[in-house]
Design a protein around this ligand. Sequence first.
Ligand code: PLP
Length: 393
Amino acid sequence: ASFWAKVPQAPKDPILGITEKFLADEDPCKMNLGVGAYRTDQGKPVVLDCVREAEKRIAGNFNMEYLPIGGLKEFNDLSVKLAYGDECAAIAEARVASIQTLSGTGSCRLMADFMHKFAPDATVYIPSPTWANHHNIWRDANVAQTSFRYYKPSTRGLDFEGMIEDIQTAPSGSFFLLHACAHNPTGVDPTSEQWSEISAVMKEKGHFPFFDMAYQGFASGDCVHDARAIRIFLDDGHQLGCSQSYAKNMGLYGQRVGCLTFEASAVESQMKAIARPMYSNPPVYGARIVTTVLGDEELKELWYKEVKGMADRIIHMRTLLRENLEGIGSSLPWNHVTDQIGMFCFSGLTPEQVDELANDHHIYMTRNGRISMAGVTSGTVGRLAEAMHKVTS
Ligand code: PLP
C-alpha cells in the first residue's frame, strides 16, 4: 500500500467543480460564469497594453536574483501610495510599512498567521457572506472566526443597520475583515456616508480594520474612488491593515503580485519572520511589471484607462442583463443587477435554479447564485437573460 494510503480525499473546491462540469459539457454555447477572471467581449483572457509595454522595458534588463524577504522596495512604496493616496500623511511620516506578498491570498494568510502568533485569543469578524477562501485562510491559521451581518437577502443590498449593530456589540478591540470595494460575492458596497459611519463606530470601539482590496479600480473604474473607504478610515485616524492584489486590476492573476501594509513597528520584522520559513521571498517578475507601470506617469495613465475599460465593460453587461430580463417580460425586480458593483452579481438565484441553468441551459455559476459578470459578453447576455427568466418564472 502507498505510504499515504490513509489520507482521505480532500473536498473539492466548489469553483474547480464548476470548471470540471463546464469542461465536460459538449454544448457549443456553454457559458462559464463561475471563475472570477476578466474576459473581453469576445470571451478571451486579456493582457493589458500597459503590462505588455512594461514587459518590453523589463526584458533583458534585469537578473533573476532573489528579492529580499519583504520584496521589491519600489513596488511596496508605489503600492501603498496607490492604496492610501499620494498625499497620505501616514506615508509621509513613515508610519506605515509594507511587504510584498503572494497576491491577495498570500497577504490575507500572512495577516492571519500573524494574528495567530501575536493575538492568539483574537477572533476575526468576517462579513456574511464573504469570499469563501477567507474562511479557509483564517481556519488554517488557527484563528477563531465569527461573522457580522453584511448582506440583506430581502433587498439584495447592504444590511447597514445589522452591520453597525454587530460592530457595536463586538467586544472592544476586535479584528474586522472588510472588503475595500467590489465586495465578493455580493457586489454590494457601503456608500461613502455609510463608510464614514462604520469608521466612526469602529474607532469608538477600538476595533482593528483590515481591508482586503482585491479589486481597486474594478468597481467604479476609478482607482482613487475605489480606495475611498481606506482613505476615510485613515482620515479618521485608524491604524489599519491593508491587503492589495494586482490579479484583477492589472490582470496579473498567475504572477501572484500583492502587498500587505500595516503600521510601521516591530510588526514588519515579525511579518518577515513568518514569510521566511514559508516561502523565503516573493516572486520578482510581477513586482517588476507593477513597478514599471506605476513608476512611469505615461504607463500609469494607460493602466488607469485600461482598468476603466474593464470596469465599464462589466457595468455595461449589468445594464444589458437587466434590460434583457425586463425586456422579455420578467416581472421580478432586477435593479440589484445594476445596483451591485464589481466583478460579481449576486443574482438571488436559488441553488436549485443554478442547477437548472447548468443542466438545461449549459450555464455554470456557483450555487450561491453568483454570476461572474466579467464572463458575460454582448454575444451571450441575451441567452443568459432568457435562461434566467426561464428558471425564475
Ligand atoms: N480577496 C478577495 C475578496 C477576492 O475575491 C480574491 C480573489 O478572488 C482575493 C482576495 C485574492 O485573489 P489573489 O490571491 O488571486 O490576489
